[in-house]
Design a binder for this molecule. Sequence first.
Ligand SMILES: [Fe+2]
Ligand SMILES: [Fe+2]
Length: 288
Amino acid sequence: MNIEPEARKIECDFSKARIDWIPSDPELAQFWNAVSIGLPLLEGYLIRALAKAKKHLPEGREDLYADCELFCKQEANHSKTHMAFNDMVRATGYYPEMDKYTDRLREDYARFDRERGLRHAMLYAEGFETAGPIFASYFLVQANKRLKDQDVDLITLSLWRWHLSEEFEHRCCAFNVVEALYGTYWGRIGGIIKATSHLLGFAVPLSEYMLREDLKAGRMTGGFKGLVRKFKSYSGMFFFITPRLLRAFSPWYNPKNLKEPEGCEAVLRVASETLDLNLMAARARETV
Ligand SMILES: [Fe+2]
Ligand SMILES: [Fe+2]
C-alpha cells in the first residue's frame, strides 16, 4: 500500500443513516448491524490484550511496540464510531431486547479477563485479526457492487469500508506479537476457531432477533422471498470467507503476504483527507 498507516479519528453523524442500509438485502444488513453492536466490546478486549502485550515484547522490538500503539488507537476509533452507529440503532426502540445480547457478550469478555491470561487474549485477538482482512476483501468487493444500487445508505456503507480497510492496514500486528511472544502454530489455529465461532455465536442470534422484530413490525417482508434472500447472502459470505480462512490454517500463512483488497487504498486516502464519515459517504462513488 502506498499510504502511510495512521489512526484516523473520524467524525460522524448517523442521524440520517439507515438501519436497512442495503434495502435489497435486509438480512445481510442486519447481520452486519449485529456485528457492529458487538464490536465495541470485542475491540475493547483486543485493545486490552495488545496494550498489555506490548510491555512483554522482546528487547529491540520497538517496531512492533509502535505497531501495537497504532493498533490500539485504530481499534479505539473503530469502537467509538460503531458506538455512535449502535446508539442510533438503540434510539429507534425497534429492538428492546438488544441489550440482553450485549450483556451476555460483556460478561464473556469480563470472564476472559478474570479467568484467562494474556496468551488467551492474544490468540483470540490474532484469530479475530485473521478474519479481519478476509472480511475486508469480502466487504470491499460486495460494497463496490452495492455502490451501483442507488438506494444503498452510503453513510453506513462508508463506516464498514473505512473500518475494514484499516483492519487490512493493521493485519500483521497481532500475528507478529503472537509470533514474538509465543510462536505457536496450534495456538494460532485455536485462536482463529475460538474468535470466529465466538463472534458468530453473538452476531447470528442477535441478527435473527432483529429480523424477527422487523417482520413483526412490518418493516420488512419475509416469507419465501426472504428465505431465498437470506440463503443467498449467507451462502455468498460462507463461500467467500471459508476457503480464505482455511488458507490461514497453513503453517506458512503470514498476513503480510495477503493481496490488498481492491479499493482499500482509495478508501483510506479519502478517509485521511476528510476524517469525516459523511464526507466519505459523499465521495463513496469515487473510490470504486
Ligand atoms: Fe477494528
Ligand atoms: Fe483490528
